[in-house]
Write a protein that binds this ligand. Structure first.
Ligand code: NAD
Ligand code: DAU
Length: 332
């Protein structure tokens, strides 16, 4: 049994990770979360008080971070500003949380000699051409495109430097696009599902040929646990489940699964600098750590996700109007 400090545990992937850990291990969990617009205490409702607690605070606050890191065996760092479109409108919080926040955590795990796992993204590698058979591997050079992905790339490099220069006991994982319950309605899939529920036509950026490599959030989190348990210190693991789909086909599938005509969507302004395609080669994770996705069927995972948003309107309704008002300003 270990004690885990999970930063960003009130966000989409973090809250699913906390639930996964409490269900599948005997670890205890403390979440450190600033409860920004993206964090939601309701995502952590009903968890057992003898194994779980929430501390509201920022990863940029050195004294909070120092005290909590010292008190736990392992720190798992999910907290981030995570949305590309927001980073194009205002990069400032991305610099603070993603770079300065990671720096504070690294200083604390170094001081207290604690195990650290860093959650990152495939976007650090930039993008691939649509007709390129290649996928990202652990050896692909970093080439991020947006303020979001460049701060995540910078945070990964900080981790690598703290490993090499100070011997910090860390691992890094870079995952592709997650979907599943508790994802903020600013993100592509929940935005379209909740639009259809509200009678609003889904919004496709540009021509919609951009490809994302979808993975169910539980498969991501199971992989993170495998890396924490058996990953080689100082190493990077890519996480992906061979789920490449273009955005147009995802919108058409959502419409079909929700009983709407498959062309009942609008093309809206494209994202500036929009990455074309992401694709992960997860051979290392599969062969060295024996991980396999348990939810590789995107169609049925998407159907379950639609059911979750239909059944949990009270969770997403409070954030919907403000999110759409933000998109309206950029014609998206
Ligand atoms: P999210 O935006 O849903 O959640 C982020 C959480 O971090 C929120 O609870 C927020 O309140 C918290 N937070 C933000 N700033 C903070 C601060 N200064 N101090 C403490 N907490 C703070 O994000 P997500 O989609 O769950 O992503 C989690 C992590 O996974 C991020 O590091 C992201 O880069 C990475 N990632 C995401 C995806 C994806 O598809 N969503 C894929 C690969 C990697
Ligand atoms: O690849 C991993 C990354 O996946 C994570 O690091 C990020 O935190 C996460 O947000 C996600 O980034 P994307 O930019 O790929 O996700 P997003 O949900 O914003 O958009 C997915 C695709 O859908 C992208 O090509 C843009 C497009 N899109 C998005 C929205 C919100 C639309 O066509 N319409 C929309 O309304």
């Amino acid at each position: 049994m270990s004690s885990l400090l999970v930063t960003g545990g009130a966000g989409f992937i973090g809250c699913n990770f906390v639930r996964h850990v409490l269900d599948h291990t005997d670890h205890t969990v403390t979440v450190l979360d600033a409860l920004t617009y993206a964090g939601n205490e309701a995502s952590l409702a009903g968890l057992p008080a003898n194994r779980f607690r929430l501390v509201v605070g920022s990863v940029c606050d050195p004294s909070t971070v120092d005290e909590l890191v010292a008190d736990h065996d392992i720190t798992v760092h999910f907290a981030a500003e995570s949305h590309n479109d927001n980073s194009l409108n205002d990069p400032s919080p991305f610099i603070q949380t993603n770079l300065v926040g990671t720096f504070e955590l690294l200083q604390a795990v170094r001081k207290h000699d604690k195990r650290y796992h860093h959650i990152s993204t495939d976007e650090v590698y930039g993008d691939l051409e649509l007709d390129d058979p290649a996928k990202f591997t652990e050896n692909t050079p970093y080439n991020p495109s947006s303020p979001y992905s460049s701060t995540k790339a910078g945070s990964d490099l900080l981790v690598r430097a703290w490993v090499r220069s100070f011997g910090v006991r860390a691992t890094i994982s870079n995952c592709s696009n997650n979907y599943g319950p508790y994802q903020h309605v600013e993100k592509f899939i929940p935005r379209q599902i909740t639009n259809v529920i509200d009678g609003i036509r889904p919004k496709l950026y540009g021509a919609g040929l951009n490809v994302r490599d979808w993975i169910h959030v539980d498969d991501h989190n199971a992989a993170v646990l495998r890396i924490i348990d058996d990953g080689k210190l100082g190493e990077t693991y890519l996480i992906g489940a061979d789920g490449e789909e273009n955005n147009k086909s995802v919108i058409e599938l959502i419409l079909e699964l929700m009983g709407q005509p498959s062309d009942a969507y609008d093309h809206v302004n494209d994202r500036p600098g929009h990455d074309l395609r992401y694709a992960i080669d997860a051979t290392r994770l599969r062969t060295e750590l024996g991980w396999e996705p348990r939810f590789p069927d995107f169609r049925s995972g998407l159907a379950d996700t639609i059911d979750w948003y239909r059944a949990n309107e009270a969770w997403w309704r409070p954030m919907k109007a403000a999110t759409e008002a933000k998109y309206a300003k950029t014609g998206q």
